[in-house]
Structure formats: C-alpha cells, structure tokens
Design a protein around this ligand. Structure first.
Ligand code: F0G
Length: 451
C-alpha cells in the first residue's frame, strides 16, 4: 500500500479513494480498504468529467442557451443510459459506478435488470401503502443483490491482477464472490460462521469452487479475522468495506429510478446488516441528484431484526455512536450482525435523506414473507424485514398515507427453504399453508384434496 497523498489523481483517472473522516485521498488502483487514520474509504468520482459524447451533448449551443447546465447534463445522462439499454446494467451505468474500469475487464454473469413489481392488492393492503413497488434483487444470478457489488469487485480484482479473493460472509456475499471469481478464473476463499448460514447458501460457495472455511464464531468474529488476513498482499478482500463493491451496488437504486422513469418515490426501504447496501443506495441517489437527474431524494428506511438491531438503537438515540451488540439468532440470518462495518456511511445517508430505521420481530418477518410469497414473489426473511418495517411505520403513521414506497427485496426465497417449511408447518403461524401427509390410498387422497 502506498502512502496517503493529496496529489492529483493518476493521469486520466476519474475516481479516487477518499477517507470519509479526514478526507485524505489515495489512487484507486492502490489495494486499500481503509485510510491510514483507520477510517473507511469511499470512492469519489469527478462527475463533471463524464465522457466526451455526453459533454458534447450538453455544450451544444441550444442546450446551454435554453437550459441551465445541470438540466442539460441530466438530459444527456438519461439519453446516454437509454441508448445503452441493451447493455448489462453494470456496463450501462458504469460511467457513474466505476468509470476507470476498462470494459474488457468486466466479468459479468448478466446480473441486474431485475424486476420492479407493482405489489399485489393484498400486499399493498397488508402494508397499508397504495403505491408499493418491490425491486426483486433475488432475481440476480446467485439469487441476491450481492451480484451487483461483486461484478464491480471481481472485475476490479481481475483488473488489478489479484491472485486470490477473500471474504467473510453470512452466506450471500460468499455465494456471489465464489461465482464471479469462478467466472474470472480467480481462486476464492470464504470464511463462514459455522452453522449460521442456510444450507442453500452454503452449497453455493462449495459448488462454485471456493475454499470454504467454517469458523466457530459469528459473522462479526469472521469479519475481525478477515480484516487481519487482508493485510496479506496475496489476497484481495471483497467484503463491502472494500468501497469498490459499494460503487457496484449503487446500480440498484439508479436502475430502480430509471425503471420508474426517474419519478422519485417518497420512501425506499432496505434491510440492514453490515450496512453496505444502505450506504450504496444513498450514495448513488445523492449522485443522481448532484447530476440533476432527480430533484429530490427518497427518504431511506433501514430495517433490522429485533435480535440484531445496532442501527435501530443508534437511531433511537438520534443517531448515537455505534454500540456493537452480540447479534442473536434470527430467521433473517444474513443480517445477524452486531457490529456493522459501514455504520458511519449508513448514518450519513440516513441523515442526508431524513431517513428512518425500524426493527421487527421474528413473527412480523415471517408473516410479511408469507404474504409476499403468496403473491407469487418468493422472498427471503431478510427481504421480509423491510416489508414488515414498512407496514409497521405505516401503522405508526411515520410513513404517511398516500406515500409511494419502494422496497428492495435483497434475496430469493429459495435460499431459505428451512425457515419457510417451519413457518408453514407450524399451527401458530398466521398465514400457514400446512402440507398434509396421507397414505397411498385414493380415498385418503380424495379426502385431502376435498374431491
Ligand atoms: N439481505 C440479504 C439477503 C443479505 O445477504 C444481506 C447481507 C443483507 C440483506 C444486509 O445487507 O450487510 O449490506 O446491510 N449479507 C452479507 C453477506 C452480510 O455476507 O452475505 P448489508
């Protein structure tokens, strides 16, 4: 790693790392996860230096004479993206995500362009929200939103010539990293908290060929270890504390707004664990506003499980400093995190958007999951946390009647079959669809079918 510098970016580079606390800057092609002061880094891109084609569009005499530069700039960006509709999402939006990455280095599994479903009448009634959209990131190649960050992270790793990639995970980051690394031909290794990831997530890391090391600790324990290992130059760390990944994840919010025809929803809700996703969503939307593509920000809503709620606790204290907790067992196991790495970034985005944080119980999570599943959209308990939080905030009047809401569904239900089975087999579940077992006898089968 090189030393901190206040020197200009490397020639032609459009982005650099900047410390979120002290503002020190570092070249983007340096392998670096934190500032020398110990704080997180973010990627800052010179948005004014966008591609020549765009620049030409907004400096056209008619453009500059009849519209303020920002409006013309916004129109040029929108035109640019409309023109690149046929490209995979990461390439389409790459000028705003990771412009210094050469197109040829992109390792894609055709992630993105996920559906933005209007919620069914029953789901809307359940949440008490008339205009409700479900952005289903579980429809990505490895069935979670992690593919959005990983296309950026692994492509950057390849661009840098990394020989091995590494992450700690609650199951989805590891699946995505293993898949993209396999695609790129880079060996990968993952640290998983032993017995705390679903069978399906576990099998993903194994089958894509990652070296899987299960550790007798929780995710926070794995995260501590992986940060130590990242000092070794022979591995490239792909947790979301690597801010390159955050840049890739910005695509989710940008794509959602594009799908809405750039109409800004009043609220945008996401489940929060390590807080990388909320940070990425907020950063991407702020940048759209800076470019004039949108004229206001949606209020961000962070959703947590009661048993893993450090961000919610901070919110209650007016965004008090993080007090790490030991996260308890929850059906939302991908968010079982007590010491979120991107806490500060997430708080910054919540403040910038006048956001809200809510916590929900295990029962609320599984009920919300069942209601959305029964509308034909299979979601994981982590995603259901955000649906349940929206319902709760509506009931409390914190989200006002008539507000439009987007909920980001972060993972597919197929990754979490065990909790679904348990819910539907239980006699106490509100929306259970209990299976029955009968003998191989026509009469018994008829009876079970009511025929
Ligand atoms: N939803 C799902 C399905 C997740 O896998 C995660 C995080 C989150 C929500 C929370 O996102 O951490 O950015 O706040 N999964 C990580 C992992 C921690 O290792 O797969 P976050």
């Amino acid at each position: 790693m090189g030393a901190a510098s206040s020197s200009p970016r490397r020639q032609n580079a459009r982005s650099q790392f900047r410390c979120i606390e002290c503002g020190a800057v570092y070249p983007l092609d340096e392998v670096r996860y934190r500032c020398d002061c110990g704080e997180l880094l973010e990627v800052v891109t010179d948005l004014a230096s966008f591609p020549a084609a765009l620049r030409a569009a907004w400096t056209k005499p008619e453009a500059s004479s009849c519209k303020p530069p920002s409006a013309a700039t916004a129109a040029a960006w929108k035109e640019h993206w409309a023109h690149h509709r046929h490209e995979v999402a990461f390439l389409r939006y790459k000028d705003l995500l990771l412009p210094d990455l050469p197109d040829a280095a992109v390792v894609s599994l055709r992630e993105g362009d996920t559906p933005l479903y209007p919620a069914s009448e029953r789901v809307r009634a359940y949440c008490g929200v008339h205009e409700l959209w479900l952005k289903h990131e579980g429809m990505n190649p490895t069935l979670s939103f992690k593919d959005r960050g990983m296309v950026a992270g692994v492509s950057w790793a390849k661009h840098l010539g990394a020989r091995r990639v590494l992450c700690a995970s609650t199951g989805d980051t590891s699946a995505a990293m293993a898949a993209y690394a396999a695609r790129a031909g880079i060996p990968s290794a993952v640290l998983l908290p032993h017995g705390k990831v679903s069978a399906e997530q576990f099998s993903q890391a194994i089958t894509y060929g990652a070296r899987v090391v299960e550790i007798e600790t929780d995710f926070d324990g794995c995260m501590r270890l992986v940060q130590e290992l990242a000092a070794n130059p022979r591995v490239y760390l792909l947790n979301s504390m690597n801010s390159i990944r955050i840049e890739g994840q910005k695509a989710i919010g940008i794509e959602t707004l594009d799908q809405l025809g750039w109409r800004v929803p009043d609220y945008f809700a996401v489940p929060v664990g390590n807080a990388g996703n909320l940070s990425a969503l907020g950063k991407g939307l702020r940048e759209l506003r800076e470019l004039g593509v949108i004229d206001r920000l949606p209020r961000l809503v962070g959703a947590q499980a009661e048993r893993a709620n450090p961000l919610y606790r901070s919110f209650l204290g007016g965004f008090a400093p993080l007090e790490p907790v030991t996260a308890g067992e929850t059906v939302a196991s991908a968010m079982r995190i007590g010491n979120p790495v991107s806490f500060k970034k997430a708080v910054r985005e919540l403040k910038a958007s006048h956001g809200l944080v809510e916590q929900v119980s295990e029962e609320e999570i599984m009920d919300a999951r069942a209601v959305v599943d029964q509308s034909g959209i299979a979601i994981c308990p982590n995603s259901a946390t955000a649906v349940a939080a929206v319902r709760k905030l509506r009931v409390r009047g914190m989200i006002e009647e008539g507000a439009s809401v987007v909920v980001m569904l972060t993972g597919h239900g197929a990754k979490f079959s065990e909790s679904a089975r348990r819910y539907h087999e239980s006699s106490t579940s509100s929306f259970a669809n209990r299976p029955v077992v009968v003998e191989a006898d026509l009469g018994a089968v008829r009876k079970a079918l009511g025929l």
